[in-house]
Design a protein around this ligand. Structure first.
Ligand code: MSP
Length: 701
């Protein structure tokens, strides 16, 4: 029996899924699929967990800004993650939300255990807090940003940190576990990987651990600790203690009386095998706080914490605060599918391939469509696509010669060398790629597999079945045997390749297996024997290319769909000769319309928006095409009749008021999803604004 339990971070619901979140989830999914395929015969136990992080100050603030309760916000956003993962073909076995009773019960139980170990005490805390990270900072960990003004800034979010003034709080005796944790890391070289991240944590631990504030009293959105504060203050549990526990709570059952058993059968099976896949932004929480909590509670530590780097766009980390970086993975996948007859899932496969192949796990990578298109055309359309197309076409053409079994053709002497080489290569490919997946280096596994794909193409070139068929037609019996062996091997190669690519390209793999009449689930090839099996010898009579080559027009179309947003720095914003607005002497009559009720007014959804880009619309002298960040996954496209009053370059970065529930319209061929409020009738005199810098998406009423 082989057990594998892989988790992703649980995602904050103040944001909707972007490519960065999708990256972690896709790696975890590919590794889970690999383990299922590799160990199916041995009674595999693979489990993949993902979910959403729904408590804490950040979520409470985000909800209030949108005029929602925190519960309403979480109920609205959490399904957007689970739906996105479904659309990206993620095979998670569970999806946990931290507002679920099963989770809250386990957090309370973990707290009780830590308290029972004598590791909780009440004290008061003051210090710097970054709501973005939900973390306390010392001044030595913060940065100054002279261009932004005085004060301390979070090194990750580049935003000012807030001073938390003397707040009574429960403290966890974290310093007590410093030595035990260091010893564990030293005796378990694979506890934190890749090794660079392990070194980072070791030096952090050696610099000394401080006790940690694990409850807050200045807001309410969180789990109530089971310990009693003699002063009767209402505490909520620190969101990281709450969130990290998800990895365990998803394995525990709540009993009818509300108690939980942390040693449930599922926990016994999976917990010691837990692998936490995370981004490098949250390494310290996973590699220091979480193990210390577990040590205190007397629970085993996870097996590994595997850390990946960041994806950037034009050098900036993909993140909520930078709308121009926020690529929607579902939009990207759909664009890559480009209306393919096989459906959007083919685009999902292409995106998964690029993300896993392009960057070695652990490194940062800059996302560019140029590099994606280059890999797509060379490795998917050309290497893989060609092998599939030509092999199936050859099977269709010469299939009359397909041998009933391998043994009958094994003696095709002249083919021996070629045959042996490809069989050996399959054995080493299956072995090496398996090790590389198991070692969390999927980019190397794909490199290994593609070497085999290219050799598959060479095998077809070298054995030249069209020439063998020509000879066979002259009555040459040796040529008949050669052709039989080639046909058999070609089909076997495609099946082996489908099985090898299945963890990363699941739809392509099942489509290919289907074309070859193979009905089983993908299974990792056992080696050369995979070429010798003769399952039902059928093949599709008609296929469509899995990955049609992208030409220039297709690439331009995809780019427009995926990266529609120009940054302020991009040179494409051309300024037409625009006349700045002058105040008009004529006064508009006030209240010319009939009064409306409050309820009628509230039917209009107004939000603060930040203009991300502005461009002139050709042959429309009054119109500008804006992209406006209204706090959603991607900025909205809005057409505004303000070109005569505002040069486009003056608008970028401006806060405006946007009617966000206006029915969409297409104006001069440009889609408009909202309206910018401006003063003036025919001539625009000024734009609406708010008098302070409030976040995009804030409701106006
Ligand atoms: N809620 C916490 C995690 C709690 S886990 C107990 C959190 N959530 S998050 O929504 O901010 O998601 C963080 C994770 O998303 C990162 O650790 C990383 O896995 C992924 N990514 C977010 N932006 C990313 C990039 N730009 N690039 C790569 N991964 C990124 O932190």
């Amino acid at each position: 029996m082989s057990t594998f339990y892989i988790t992703t971070p649980i995602y904050y619901v103040n944001d909707v899924p972007h490519l960065g979140h999708a990256y972690t989830t896709i790696i975890a999914d590919a590794l889970a699929r690999f383990h299922r395929a590799a160990h199916h015969a041995a009674g595999d136990h693979t489990r993949m967990l993902t979910g959403t992080d729904e408590h804490g100050q950040k979520i409470e603030e985000a909800a209030h800004k949108r005029g929602l309760t925190p519960q309403q916000l979480t109920d609205d956003v959490s399904p957007r993650f689970s739906q996105a993962w479904q659309q990206l073909n993620i095979s998670n076995d569970d999806f946990i939300r931290t507002t679920e009773p099963r989770h809250k019960a386990v957090v309370a139980e973990l707290w009780r255990r830590i308290d029972a170990a004598g590791d909780m005490y009440l004290a008061s805390y003051d210090g710097w807090y970054c709501v973005g990270c939900e973390a306390f900072y010392t001044e030595s960990q913060l940065v100054k940003m002279p261009s932004e003004g005085d004060g301390w800034y979070c090194p990750d979010h580049k935003r000012p940190v807030a001073w938390v003034a003397k707040e009574r709080s429960w403290f966890f005796r974290m310093a007590k576990y410093q030595a035990a944790l260091l010893a564990h890391i030293e005796s378990h070289p694979d506890f934190i990987r890749p090794v660079g991240y392990r070194n980072e944590i070791v030096s952090f631990l050696k610099s000394g651990l401080r006790d940690l504030s694990v409850s807050r009293t200045s807001f309410a959105w969180g789990i109530t600790p089971p310990s009693n504060d003699p002063e009767g203050l209402p505490h909520v549990i620190y969101v990281w203690l709450d969130a990290l526990t998800n990895y365990l709570s998803a394995l525990c059952d709540v009993n009818a009386d509300g108690t939980v058993n942390l040693d449930s059968a599922m926990a016994k099976t999976y917990w010691p095998e837990a692998v936490h896949l995370i981004g490098k932004d949250i390494l310290r929480f996973h590699a220091v706080y979480w193990p210390c909590f577990l040590l205190s509670a007397g629970l085993p530590l996870p097996k590994s914490i595997v850390c990946h780097g960041w994806w950037t766009v034009r050098g900036e980390k993909i993140s909520k605060s930078l709308p121009a970086t926020r690529i929607d993975p579902v939009v990207l996948a759909k664009a890559l599918a480009n209306g393919a007859p096989l459906g959007d899932q083919i685009g999902v496969d292409a995106m998964r391939y690029y993300l896993l192949r392009e960057v070695p796990l652990g490194n940062d990578g800059d996302f560019t469509l140029e590099s994606l298109f280059a890999r797509y055309n060379a490795e998917l359309a050309n290497d893989l696509g060609n092998l599939i197309n030509r092999s199936i076409t050859l099977l269709q053409k010469f299939g009359g010669q397909f041998p009933p079994t391998y043994r009958q053709v094994a003696h095709a002497e002249s083919q021996r060398g070629l045959q042996q080489a490809i069989e050996e290569l399959l054995t080493t490919t299956a072995r090496d790629a398996a090790t590389q997946f198991a070692e969390f280096t999927p980019s190397r596994a794909l490199e290994t597999i593609w070497r085999f794909v290219r050799e598959g193409n060479r095998y077809v070139d070298m054995s030249a079945p069209w020439a063998q068929a020509k000879k066979a037609a002259t009555g040459d019996t040796a040529a008949v045997e050669d052709l039989q062996l080639t046909l058999h091997t070609m089909r076997g190669l495609l099946i082996a390749i489908a099985d090898l690519i299945a963890p990363v390209l699941p739809t392509s793999a099942t489509t290919l297996l289907g074309w070859l009449g193979v009905t089983r689930a993908p299974q990792w090839p056992a080696g050369a024997v995979a070429l010798q099996e003769t399952p039902a010898s059928s093949w599709a009579t008609e296929i469509t290319p899995l990955f049609p080559r992208f030409d220039d027009a297709t690439m331009a179309k995809i780019s427009a769909l995926v990266l529609p947003v120009e940054t302020a720095a991009a040179p494409a914003i051309e300024a037409p000769a625009a006349v700045p607005a002058k105040a008009s002497a004529t006064k508009a009559p006030a209240a010319a319309l009939a009064p409306i009720s409050y309820d009628d007014f509230m039917k209009t959804e107004l939000r603060v928006g930040k203009v991300v880009s502005a461009t002139a619309i050709p042959k429309a002298k009054k119109l500008l095409h804006l992209f406006v960040d209204v706090g959603e996954a991607a900025p909205r496209s809005v057409v505004a009749g303000i070109a005569e009053a505002y040069p486009p370059a003056d608008l970028v970065g401006k806060n405006v008021l946007v009617v966000t529930n206006l029915a969409p319209a297409t104006i001069r061929g440009v889609e408009s999803h909202g309206m910018i409020l401006a003063a003036g009738d025919d001539a625009i005199l000024g734009l609406s604004a708010v008098d302070r810098d409030v976040p995009p998406g804030t409701r106006v009423r």
